[in-house]
Design a protein around this ligand. Structure first.
Ligand SMILES: CC(C)(COP(=O)(O)OP(=O)(O)OC[C@H]1O[C@@H](n2cnc3c(N)ncnc32)[C@H](O)[C@@H]1OP(=O)(O)O)[C@@H](O)C(=O)NCCC(=O)NCCS
Length: 180
């Protein structure tokens, strides 16, 4: 219901405005995302999506564009099962994380939907800070574990999660049936 009201208000241009108070231009850190962050999140996500599509065209057949990604984040931003945070420095958004609660068998976990840092900001601990924020949010919502689906080709992502204590929980194995 809350999500419907927020979406309706947003569509009318009356949605919640950013309530975050940034402490001057020097603010550096992770904050919960607002609707105002969606364009930056889209900019960070589009190249990641394109890269994934290049490696796995069969999994990403629908073309994805900025308005579609923006729409997706507008839908989930006020969903209690979702958490979205951005890393801000000097009023620019350098990275973001989005996670969702999900159920597997009888367990309820946090699943990282997406995490990305712009190229210039990498290897400075920004994704680590975003992950820690997501973990705190997930903990506050009573979830006991945090997981991520990582494409096997994505070495940076695998190394990132491994360096943050993630270990393989299950492995999805596969091969093509038809010659491509
Ligand atoms: C994966 C990604 C989010 C990591 O962001 P980051 O801010 O550079 O990561 P951090 O600086 O917090 O890295 C923490 C640790 O993870 C490991 N790590 C991160 N990137 C790595 C890489 N490219 N190669 C090897 N180890 C890496 C390192 O141990 C690193 O610590 P160190 O720098 O002290 O050695 C970033 O590379 C990215 O945005 N990639 C494109 C998007 C993507 O593929 N996202 C994941 C799938 S949704």
């Amino acid at each position: 219901m809350r999500r419907w009201i927020v979406t309706a208000l947003d569509a009318l241009g009356l949605g919640p405005r950013p309530t975050r108070i940034r402490m001057g231009p020097e603010f550096v850190g992770v904050v919960e995302a607002t609707l105002a962050d969606i364009p930056d999140i889209v900019e960070l996500e589009l190249p990641v999506f394109r890269e994934h599509r290049e490696y796995h065209p069969g999994d990403f057949q629908q073309p994805m564009n900025a308005p579609m990604i923006a729409d997706f984040y507008r839908q989930v931003m006020f969903d209690d099962d979702w958490g979205i945070a951005v890393f801000v420095a000097d009023r620019s958004t350098i990275g973001y994380v989005a996670w969702t609660a999900y159920e597997q068998f009888e367990g309820r976990h946090a699943l990282i939907h997406s995490i990305a840092v712009n190229e210039a900001g990498r290897r400075r601990g920004i994704a680590r800070a975003l992950l820690a924020f997501a973990e705190t949010q997930a903990d506050a919502r009573g979830l006991a574990s945090i997981r991520a689906n990582v494409w096997a080709h994505n070495e940076a992502s695998r190394a990132f999660f491994a360096s943050n204590g993630f270990y393989p929980v299950a492995q999805l194995m596969g091969r093509s049936i038809r010659a491509e």
